[in-house]
Design a protein around this ligand. Structure first.
Ligand code: ZN
Length: 199
């Protein structure tokens, strides 16, 4: 690999840092960029810089946003009494694509994972409790993944929400056990939401 010029080597190294990209793939991607028409390469470079400059975290749901408040939180047609709790923005996108949900979201930005040193104070649980304590939320739908950490996180939140006048539900078992929400097909996801049950 050291036979490449430094600039090519730099790009290969950058690609190789991306998740799931090994050295061989990084090399192939760099060659692909090299062959790209210049405007296309510039567009790619600009969009990478733009995502760092422009994307913010929504102050209400903690999803990704162009402004202080995301499009969903700003939409007056969304039902603010119904709050869906997910792990990551990608999970919210998966649910939105299913078209099964008209409420609002709360993105935890992670899951409880004692093995990795992630405790309740490391994800947005405190903010969720505050939101529920505000009194407007009537139902919290726990739509964390069905892997062990997702189940543990849902159980922890359900426990913390006891004592608040809110109904806590869990997405139905339609979501295959051990699955990440964003990989679940839309029909299954819609069914899982439609048939959610009390926690
Ligand atoms: Zn939002």
């Amino acid at each position: 690999m050291s036979y490449y010029p430094t600039s090519v080597l730099d790009l290969i190294k950058s690609f190789a840092k991306l998740p799931g990209v090994g050295e061989k793939t990084a090399e192939r991607l760099a060659m692909h960029v090299l062959r790209m028409p210049r405007p296309e390469a510039e567009r790619l470079a600009r969009s990478i810089v733009a995502i760092k400059d422009k994307v913010k975290i929504c102050s209400m749901c903690f999803s990704l946003s162009d402004g202080d408040i995301c499009q969903i939180c700003a939409d007056p047609r969304r039902n603010t009494a119904l709050l869906c709790v997910v792990e990551q923005p990608a999970d919210m996108v998966a649910i939105e694509k299913s078209g099964a949900f008209q409420g609002t979201y709360h993105i935890l930005q992670g899951v409880l994972s004692p093995m990795d040193g992630v405790g309740p104070e490391d994800i947005r649980i405190k903010e969720l409790i505050q939101k529920v304590a505000g009194g407007r939320v009537k139902e919290v739908v726990l739509a964390t993944s069905t892997v062990v950490e997702g189940e543990a996180t849902a159980a922890y939140i359900a426990e913390r929400l006891k004592g608040y006048p809110v109904q806590t539900t869990r997405i139905a078992s339609g979501v295959p056990m051990g699955n990440d929400l964003k990989y679940v097909d839309q029909v299954t996801l819609k069914r899982a939401l439609d048939t959610r049950h009390a926690f």
